[in-house]
Design a protein around this ligand. Structure first.
Ligand code: GLV
Ligand code: MN
Ligand code: MN
Length: 399
């Protein structure tokens, strides 16, 4: 077995449910097991393990002269969405360790440090803001806002990380760490069907964001409350879902309502509150903004008709990211002219792009399914990804 296959097999059962979907939320037992796996892999290779102030993990391979500057960073994330696939995140981390093994086997001695990263809470599945670890690292989210983010059980991010040995008062931008990194190359499974060869290179990430729609009405009895007396938040919520679909069609964007919570959630009770999360993405910022504004207007009108209050909060927004063209072209050339394609998925490389040259390698996804148990990449394509990453690291960090 290659080192890739061994690592893949070790991670595969961690946090997997009976239907094959993964639930590896940040700082829950499954994700902590993935972190322990990362630490073991770093130690086994004699790499220097570092956890930054924001809970991001790094494994550093330092050159013989011990220099820490001008590092080439790679890696991805280990957390998952609810019911996610095996590849989104872990493929980039496992491939990074496997690439280091190949470099060593081939006698490459890096002239620059090579760092393998596992960024924390990339999916935002626990605390609501995607790429939380890289946002904190780069200063893209104020530490005070991050400290107060709450999970589904109402637990604050600051309190949770404190339980795991981090100082919540110390989170935030880390100029020392960023200053040591020359560039970052994240390998990731492709999340659509656009890639028809084993490995491609990213051109851009489309604009995307998350908005929370909180509808508040009045809880009451399902059998005794006349329709005209109800302040039911469910019909305006339903109108909002349909409006999201229609606004996406009108504006050439994508909208998804993938999470909804009703309080109290009884079959025979009119809910007192419904909270829904809108994910909006599109080819351009103005199209996404217009889409969300149209959904808000419809939600407000429907709420008024039903005597319900609605509050809309933007939880995160990521404008379009165009990856560094010089690095992108260099990486594509190293790979013999690999295809260059944009993606509709968010990534830590997109957040780091605001501060450093970053690039991404994509590994073919034969069905295009992602954020679902059926997410897949063929083993030979994964190994092609490791080879590609090895070539890129040789070029960027080799002697
Ligand atoms: C992350 O994978 C996202 O695109 O939401
Ligand atoms: Mn994802
Ligand atoms: Mn990912």
């Amino acid at each position: 077995m290659t080192s890739f296959q061994e690592m893949w097999a070790a991670l595969l059962p961690v946090g997997r449910a009976a239907d094959g979907g993964y639930r590896r939320f940040a700082w829950t037992p499954a994700e902590l097991e993935c972190r322990a796996w990362f630490a073991d892999e770093a130690r086994r290779r004699g790499l220097e393990l570092e956890q930054d102030r924001n809970g991001n993990l790094f494994a550093w391979w330092l050159p013989a002269d011990g220099t820490r500057d001008e590092a080439v960073l790679t890696g991805s994330h280990l957390d998952s969405v609810p019911g996610g696939g095996a590849f989104d995140g872990p493929l980039g981390v496992v491939s990074a360790f496997a690439a280091v093994d190949l470099l060593r086997e081939r006698g490459v001695r890096p002239a620059r440090p090579i760092g393998i990263a596992a960024f924390a809470e990339e999916e935002g599945a626990r605390f609501g803001v995607a790429c939380l670890g890289s946002r904190l690292l780069t200063g893209a989210i104020p530490p005070e806002r991050a400290r107060g983010l709450r999970d589904r059980d109402g637990r604050a991010f600051g309190d949770v990380i404190a339980e795991h040995g981090l100082d919540p008062e110390a989170i935030g931008p880390d100029e020392d760490l960023l200053g040591r990194v020359r560039c970052h190359v994240e390998l990731h499974v492709e999340q659509g069907r656009a890639l028809t060869v084993p490995v491609g290179v990213a051109s851009a990430i489309v604009p995307h964001g998350r908005w929370r729609f909180a509808f508040t009405g009045e809880g009451n009895h399902a059998g005794t409350t006349r329709l005209e007396d109800r302040r039911d938040p469910m019909p305006p919520f339903a109108r909002m879902v349909l409006a999201a679909r229609e606004a996406a069609v009108r504006n050439g964007t994508l909208t998804t309502v993938g999470r909804v919570e009703t309080v109290p959630g009884g079959v025979n009770a009119i809910p007192s509150a419904v909270t829904a999360w809108l994910d909006g993405r599109g080819p351009a910022d103005d199209a996404v903004r217009r889409t969300v504004a149209e959904v808000e207007r419809e939600a407000s009108a429907a709420a008024r008709e039903h005597g319900v209050a609605v509050e809309v909060t933007e939880e995160s927004y990521s404008p379009v990211v165009a990856f560094d063209t010089a690095l992108r072209d260099r990486v594509a050339a190293v790979l013999g002219g690999a295809p260059v394609l944009p993606t509709g998925a968010g990534h830590d490389a997109g957040i780091l792009a605001a501060r450093l040259p970053t690039a991404m390698l994509f590994v073919r996804n034969p069905t295009g399914v992602s954020h679902a148990p059926a997410e897949h990449a063929e083993p030979e394509d994964c190994l092609a990804g490791v080879e590609a990453l090895t070539a890129v690291l040789t070029d960027l960090a080799g002697a």
